[in-house]
Ligand binder design. Structure first.
Ligand SMILES: O=C(O)CCC(=O)C(=O)O
Length: 261
């Protein structure tokens, strides 16, 4: 459970870092299982998100040589990562923020390898998985020590209050905010360095970004998304496995089309 001050800071700023939800042993196990998944299943790096935003965030010559490892659904490969979806500390904190009934939506690793780990442009997470309401919380669980120069998360305080913004989208890119208005040089953001085990809770409306990992260490963070049961996805098939798994409380009859198999 979070304190009243923590809950009001989340609602004021659109993000909140919380330590101590996981024991050192839990964090060590999650980190080593994730390393095992990376080695066993994904040996190859990509450059990270594609798109013209790279011209605005990286110097010429460095725009195509960043590195990233993304892994969706680590629970398909390691049960430790399945259990985490129901972790009492994580779910208790979420209940403090959005209420007693909670649905899991997704889990994804954002791995930034040493030295040229990819940056992310300013964006909201909303265009990646739009829903019909505000109660969607992304939880960034840190598996490594994450100082500023490792490319920690940076967020614009209060930016969630305006709701969804128009992003640049298309087959050529991942959604990003127009850099002539939304760029770290123009819009003040707060760096949120973290230690292993810290979780940053943030609204899917919160504008955020992160810089290149310039250290000689990995920066692995896992984003786990949750929402309240009445929120429905926009523009996608209702039969998606997302939006289905209750991790706390109940879902009422009118909160989802009844599905048969
Ligand atoms: O992991 C990061 O540095 C960026 C995270 C992010 O942009 C996101 O979770 O949407």
């Amino acid at each position: 459970m979070l304190s009243r001050e923590q809950v009001s800071a989340y609602h004021r700023d659109g993000f909140l870092k919380v330590g101590g939800l996981f024991s050192d042993d839990e964090v060590a196990e999650l980190e080593s299982e994730m390393r095992w998944i990376v080695d066993e299943w994904w040996g190859e790096d990509s450059i990270g998100w594609r798109g013209p935003w790279r011209d605005h965030y990286l110097p010429p010559g460095e725009q195509k040589n960043t590195k990233a490892v993304f892994i969706s659904n680590p629970q398909y490969y390691s049960a430790v990562w399945g259990h985490i979806i129901f972790h009492p500390g994580l779910i208790g904190a979420l209940q403090s923020l959005i209420g007693e009934n909670i649905v899991w939506h997704h889990t994804i690793l954002h791995g930034k390898p040493p030295e040229r780990g990819t940056p992310f442009p300013m964006h909201q997470d909303y265009p990646f998985y739009p829903h019909n309401g505000p109660n969607f919380v992304d939880c960034l669980l840190h598996l490594d020590h994450t100082p500023i120069d490792s490319g920690c998360l940076q967020a614009v305080p209060g930016s969630h209050q305006g709701g969804p913004l128009e992003h640049i989208t298309g087959d050529h890119t991942r959604p990003y905010l127009p850099p002539d208005t939304y760029h770290p040089d123009l819009l003040s953001s707060k760096a949120i360095p973290a230690t292993a085990g810290d979780v940053i809770f943030f609204s899917y409306y919160t504008i955020h970004w992160s810089d290149v990992n310039q250290t000689d260490q990995w920066r692995k963070s896992v984003r786990i998304g949750f929402h309240t049961p009445e929120m429905r996805p926009i523009g996608i098939d209702q039969q998606t496995p997302n939006n289905r798994l209750l991790v706390a409380g109940v879902k009422f009859h009118d909160q989802e089309p009844k599905l048969t198999y």
